[in-house]
Design a protein around this ligand. Sequence first.
Ligand SMILES: O=C1C=c2cc(C(=O)O)[nH]c2=CC1=O
Length: 459
Amino acid sequence: QFPRECVTPEGLRSGRCCPSPSGLNDDPCGSSTGRGQCVSIAVDARPHGPQYPHDGRDDRERWPIRFFNQTCQCNGNFSGSNCGRCRHGWTGANCDERVSVVRRNVMQLSTEEKRAFVNALDQAKRTVHPDLVIATRRTPEIFGPDGLTPQFENISIYNYFVWTHYFSVSKTFLGAGQASFGGVDFSHEGPGFVTWHRFHLLQLERDMQDMLQDPVICESVEDYDTLGTICNSTESSPIRRNPAGNVNRPMVQRLPEPKDVADCLQVNAFDTAPYYSTSTDSFRNTIEGYSAPQGNYDPAVRSLHNLAHLFLNGTGGQTHLSPNDPIFVLLHTFTDAIFDEWLKRHSPDSTLYPEENAPIGHNRGYNMVPFWPPVTNAEMFLTAPENLGYSYEAEWPAQAFTLTEIITMAIVSALVLVAVVFAATTCAVRAKSYKMEGRQPLLGDQYQRYDDEKGQSVV
Ligand SMILES: O=C1C=c2cc(C(=O)O)[nH]c2=CC1=O
């Protein structure tokens, strides 16, 4: 979550995290070459929804200023914690060349390509993240028992992917001996579900990829919740899967179907108040899977993304653990592809993403927890090919018409039919009256149309 060079006692005490690009000394944010500058972090102060009543008690509030209040602000297409890299979709020494990647359809990969994909994930599982480290204590204990030793750890690239998900969903610790508060989730049950998971994948994609049949991290959730500790990078048991095997919930013994995807793409509103897992007629709550695929909220329903998680019935079905199962990458890549198709079809203005009163972490201008450097939900609410440099190799069901469109078309067709019948009747009556008056109509039956002569069809 934070660059290794920032988590020194001095860095933490100053609240400043403005490293120099690699290879440069004492050049915070590459300012000498115009890449960026060190600035104070302005966090969005708009109110969050009522689901979280414990303001002041959680390090994730007003992210990331409990840890750092100064960061690099990069110019133009420069990006990264030290402005040493390019924004997504740009490359080159000056970050002024467009780059576009195609996320392949896994069903169309050759055997060698699938093997390469798994190997890349496996490598990510074993490779220490080159830049970022994770906090293993909350801020009151961040300097360790001796008050001098910052409590951060190295972590592998894939385990970082797991850990960020765990950190975003973990409960709020309210004190020893007190029940932790579970009604908080910085990455689910709100509009940020799609934007957060989009960035989560982008980060992994950038950092590299994952594991298979490897040990699980963040498993001791009861300990973290009761002791106020945080999952570290220690691995424990192997991943578990028992697809369709949840005998207690027959409803989750199946996977979502193509029609469910087609239906959810037709839900017009991005999100609806209260911007939560109870929202109805909300595309976000539908793709997340708390509503039926047509958009109507029903507490008994699990569909689309949630249904796929629950179908896995093991590691991949438990929110604090699920990215340990590498199928998470495929599930969420597909979810992101649906989100991107929805963005393409509905062309929403950024203002359709709620600015306030969404659950904590989910407002448009909030920084997504626990990413660094700070990145807002709004920055991910854009079509991927044009703004983020990737597109999907995907085929989508044809756009079916909505009920309103069908009714409109029926009314227009009926009006056209009435007009045609009326015009034909008027002509026939006039022709008859001409004949009766001994005159011939200008274009009577004896005249062939030009098209007819050429043997073409006549309308
Ligand atoms: O890992 C996850 C597991 C989930 C289970 C549900 C549910 O609807 O009960 N939702 C989930 C989201 C996850 O990300």
